[in-house]
Design a protein around this ligand. Structure first.
Ligand code: 1HE
Length: 265
C-alpha cells in the first residue's frame, strides 16, 4: 500500500475514511475551482496513487458553489502558451482523466453549480455523476475562442452523442434539471447529492476490489476495441474475476440459500 499522505497537495483536499472511501475535494472555491496546471498535476498524483493505496471507492466533490469553471482562463492568458506548450498541458489533463477512468477504483462525482468546459471533462471521467438541483452543464469553449482539450470529444460525446455536444459548443446551450439526466450528463439529480454519492460509494465498496477493477477499467478499455477483440478480452477478464476467491465465497452463500436476493426494495 502506498501512503497517500506522502502526496503534496495545495488545491485539493484528500481524506480516506475507515471503509476505504476517499474524498477528493477540489478546494479553489474563490476561483470557482478553475483547473490550473497545479490542480491537474495533483489529480494525476492522486488518481495514480489511489488504486495502489487500498482505496475501495472515491467521491470527487468540490468546495464552494460550483463544481468547476473549467480551464483556468487567467493562467492560460497569463502564460501566453505556444501551441506546443498547450498540447503538453492537454496531454497532462488526459493523463489525469485517464487515470480516473481506467484506474479501476469507482469514482462518483458530486456536482453542483457550474460544470462547464474542462469541469465537464473532469466530471465525465468519473464513473457515476450525482447532481444537485442547481447544477448546470455547458461547453462554452466556442464563445471563448477555444476548443475542448481534456477529452470531451471522447467522453462527453460518448455520454450525450455528437450532435448534442456540437450544439452545446456552437450555441452555448446549457443543460440542467431533468433534461440533463435525460440526455445522459448525470445519472442522479437529487436534493442531497453528497448523501447519495456516499450511499453509492458504500455499495460499491462492498463489492470485491477485483470486480470493481474490471467494472471501472475493463469496460472502458473494451469500448475502444473491435467487437471481436472486446468479446475476447471480456472472456479473459471474466476468467480471472469470476473465479476469484471472493466470488467462490459469494457463490457458496447463494448455493446454500444464505445470500441476498436481487429484488427491488
Ligand atoms: C476563473 C474562472 C476560470 C472563474 N478561470 N478564473 N470556463 C468558462 O468559460 C467559465 C468561466 N467562469 C464563469 O463563467 C463564472 O466565473 C462562473 C459562472 C463559473 C461563476 O460566476 P461567479 O459570478 O460566481 O464568479 P466570478 O466573479 O465570475 O469569478 C470569481 C473568481 O473566479 C474570479 O477571480 P477574482 O480573482 O477576480 O476573484 C474569476 O476570475 C475566477 N474564475 N472562472 C480562471 N475558468 C482543456 S481545454 C478546456 C477549455 C475550457 O474549459 S473553456 C471553459 C472555461
Amino acid at each position: 500500500m502506498r501512503d497517500l499522505s506522502d502526496l503534496k497537495l495545495q488545491n485539493i483536499l484528500l481524506d480516506v475514511d475507515q471503509d476505504g472511501i476517499a474524498s477528493v475535494t477540489l478546494n479553489r472555491p474563490s476561483k470557482r475551482n478553475a483547473l490550473d496546471l497545479a490542480t491537474i498535476d495533483e489529480l494525476v498524483d492522486i488518481f495514480s496513487t489511489l488504486p495502489r493505496a487500498g482505496v475501495r471507492a472515491a467521491i470527487l466533490r468540490a468546495n464552494g458553489d460550483h463544481f468547476s469553471a473549467g480551464l483556468d482562463l487567467v493562467e492560460h492568458h497569463r502564460e501566453e502558451r505556444s501551441a506546443s506548450d498547450f498540447m503538453h498541458v492537454c496531454l497532462r489533463w488526459h493523463e489525469a482523466f485517464n487515470k480516473m477512468e481506467y484506474g479501476g477504483v469507482p469514482i462518483i462525482a458530486v456536482l453542483k453549480g457550474a460544470v462547464v468546459g474542462g469541469g465537464l471533462e473532469l466530471a465525465s471521467a468519473a464513473h457515476i455523476r450525482v447532481a444537485a438541483p442547481d447544477t448546470y452543464f455547458g461547453l462554452p469553449e466556442g464563445q471563448r475562442g477555444l476548443f475542448t482539450g481534456g477529452g470531451a470529444t471522447i467522453r462527453v460525446a460518448d455520454l450525450i452523442g455528437k450532435a448534442r455536444m456540437i450544439d452545446m459548443m456552437l450555441s452555448g446551450r446549457l443543460y440542467r434539471g431533468q433534461e440533463a439526466v435525460d440526455v445522459g450528463l448525470c445519472q442522479y439529480l437529487i436534493e442531497d447529492p453528497e448523501a447519495k454519492a456516499m450511499e453509492i460509494a458504500q455499495a460499491a465498496a462492498r463489492n470485491p476490489p477485483l470486480s470493481n477493477f474490471a467494472i471501472c477499467s475493463a469496460i472502458s478499455h473494451m469500448q475502444n476495441m473491435s467487437a471481436l477483440d472486446a468479446a475476447y478480452a471480456e472472456a479473459v477478464v471474466a476468467g480471472v474475476v469470476n473465479t476469484q476467491d471472493a466470488a467462490r465465497e459469494r457463490l457458496a452463500a447463494f448455493a446454500t440459500g444464505t445470500a441476498n436476493k436481487i429484488k427491488p426494495k
